[in-house]
Structures are given as structure tokens and as C-alpha cells.
Write a protein that binds this ligand. Sequence first.
Ligand SMILES: *Cc1c(COP(=O)(O)O)cnc(C)c1O
Length: 455
Amino acid sequence: MDDRHRALARSYELSAGFLDTLDDRPVWPRATYEEMLKALGGALPAGGSDPADVITDLARLADPGLAGIAGGRFFGFVIGGELPAALGADWLTSVWDQNAGLNSVAPAAAAAETIAGRWIVDALGLPGGTTVGLATGGMMANYACLSAARHTVLARAGWDVNQRGLFEAPRVRVVVGRDRHDTIDRAVRFLGLGQDAVREVATDNQGRLDTAALASVLAADGGPVIVCLQAGEVHTGAFDPFGEAIEITRRHDAWVHVDGAFGLWAAASPRLRHLTDGMAAADSWATDAHKTLNVPYDCGVALVRDPAALASVFGVHADYLIEGQGDPTERVPELSRRARGFPVWAALRSLGGDGLAALVEQLCARATQMATGLAAIPGVEVVNEVAFTQVMTSFGDDARTAEAGRRLLAGGEAAFTPATWRGRGVQRCSLSSWATTAADVDRTVEAVRRVVASL
Ligand SMILES: *Cc1c(COP(=O)(O)O)cnc(C)c1O
């Protein structure tokens, strides 16, 4: 066997072994970052090692520092699992090692990306012809969409930002809900618009934008404006009132962007689609494939209604529109890039449209089951209205809530992560993995019950 075969054979063996441990291994890493620096550290040896041995060493050394994200009881942040077909395709993506920037050199990768993009646009009920770029995550998808937004609103004001840059340009306002995700602010800073460009709009107790407040913030000032709405608030899972909000923005010639890193996928389910009513009237949407769609890290999805708007920022060739969709690189910031289209294509192909809807509905059903189970434990309060995949809990005062979270992690049965909501300490629980079974939820509720009894 050549070295690559041996390295892959060893990787397969170790991969299968790892997956078999997921039911029993502690969900939270057993080792800290500092301990992992020690384990993996030391000076770079002068001599090399056998590739298969390196793989064996890596798996052994890394193991204590791995979280059980691929299993069914990791509920921290918003982190999806990996569907089997997507996992296999992701491995092949490394084996094939295509540079997916260009149609000519990587036609299979580019076509998989184009087709997967069309499937996503269809499944989410977005306008036909919406262009799709695959970036590293929701952060970069927000950035790509807001790049197109910045270019377009400035062009409408007679300013070519590609040519003239931002110095002396008309000021662009970016109107956001108070509970937008931090990556929106980060994107605004990357875009050179500055934090001062951000205008906050009040939200309700679930983090939903207040449309009357939106109208008055928009009316307070003139000039180019971008409005960022949200499908799925990261703590509560709440959705902005898109229909009414977008109607208001239309009076101001604003670009409307929707950050739907995990919530956009509600649109794929006939039973949950109502949460996103009106959303398709926006100009751009950002989501993740590595959250609700359960593709392995990393993959974000930038969707822009007007292909020319995205190409005007990232386009390389002047003949872009004559050539059709152009190269994948013309829809994202990167030039050379991983062939993310393969795992996304495989995930969607393995689910089918009905399976995709069923996956999203399953995540919501598990969230409801979790909320019901947790709320039945004396001393536990579910803080949010569970309308999607997010469940937020309090265990009494902030110190008690934080201690409960620490004990749950230490017990290893399940992982919640801490946050502050409206000044109050909470433990967040996100049902985002296809691998979470009803039994995993029951096991988690029992673990929480034991933690509460120990407090
Ligand atoms: C996770 C998340 C992001 C950021 O996405 P990454 O994939 O982590 O870059 C942005 N917005 C929301 C609402 C999110 O949940």
C-alpha cells in the first residue's frame, strides 16, 4: 500500500472507533487548551515520521481535547452535527483536493456548488436566480452579503466604492435589531463602515425587532442605508416580523439583509415556514450549512438576489454576466478554496426535500421535548418561548445557574453553554444535531435533574 492508502486506512479505523465512543465519552472536552498545548507541543522534530504513525499519534493526543459535537448531547452555542452522507463527501473532498475557485480546473466541484445552491434557493423559497456563494461560515456569509449591500447602496447614491473607496463617501447607516448576532457588527467593521454606522432598533422580550422603532430609526436620518433582520435569534430562536419590517424599509430604498445562520432553514418546512413569512422579499440572506443542515465544519452560505451585486464586489472577470454564473470565487472573498459544494450536495441529496423538512421539524420537536422535560424539574425555569430550536434555562439566581452549567459539563452527560439574557444569567441549549434522539433528550433531562438535586 502506498503511504496515502495507509494513512487513510488508519484514519478510517480511528474515525469509526471515535464515532463508536460518542455515546459514552464525556460530551465536554476532558483536557484544557493549556493541557493540549503540552500534549501536542515540544519543538518540531528535525526528522519526519511515518504518516500512519502520525495519524495514530494525533488521534491519541487530541482525544482528551475533543468535544462530543458529532454526538447527540452537545447543545452548546449553535453547533450542528454531521449527516453521514455529508461526512463521507467531506472526506472525499479532501481526497480529491480540488481547488474549487474556478469552473475550468474544478468543474465537478463548481457544478456541485451551483446545483446545491439552486436546491437551497428552491428549498427555502427564495427568488429564482438568487446567486449562492459558499464561504467558511455565517460570519463570512454575512460579510459577503453586506459587501454587496454596501456596494449597491453607495452606487445608488452615485458613489463607486470599488473605484473611490470609502474616504469622502456618503455615510452608510446599518440598521440592526438590538439582539442581532455579533458577527453583523464584525462584518460592519471589516467593511470599513465603522461601529458608528450601526443604529440599534429596540426588540421585544424574545429579541424580535420592533417595527414601530424600525420606522422611526429609518426616518431619523437620510442617505444610504442597510437594514439587517434576523431569522433565529441565537438565544431564543425568535424570528423578526419580516413582512412588516421589509415593507417599512422599502420607503427608504434600503438594502435588506437577513442573518439566518440557523433559522433560515425553517423555510424548508411547510410546518415552520410561517416563521419566515415575508423573508423572501429581502435582498440577501446568510446562513450556515454547518448548523441546521448538519454538514461538517466549515460551510456558510451567502445568498444574494441580484447576481450582479455580488459579482460587482468579488467578480474577477468583466464578462461575468455573459459567462452565466461565473466562477465560484466570484461569489465569495476567497480565491483558492475548499470544494464545500460536495458535502452540501451530499447532505441535500441524502435528505431530499421531504427529509430536509423532516430534519428541521425533528430539531424543533426535540427542543419542545427538552423544554417540557426541563420545565418539569422543580427549580428549573425555561426562560424563552420555544418556537424553534433554542431553549434557554435558569436555575434560580445567576450563581446557581452558572454552577448548574458547570456541574452538567463536569458530569459529561450533556453540554449547555452559559449566556446573559436581559441581564440575567442563563444556560442555553441548542437542538441543532440530526444525531440527537428522543432518548438523548431524556438522558439529558435526567442528568439535569441530578445536577439540580446536587445543588
Ligand atoms: C452562528 C451564527 C453566526 C455566525 O456563524 P459562524 O458560522 O459561526 O461564522 C451568525 N449569526 C447567527 C444568528 C448565528 O447563530
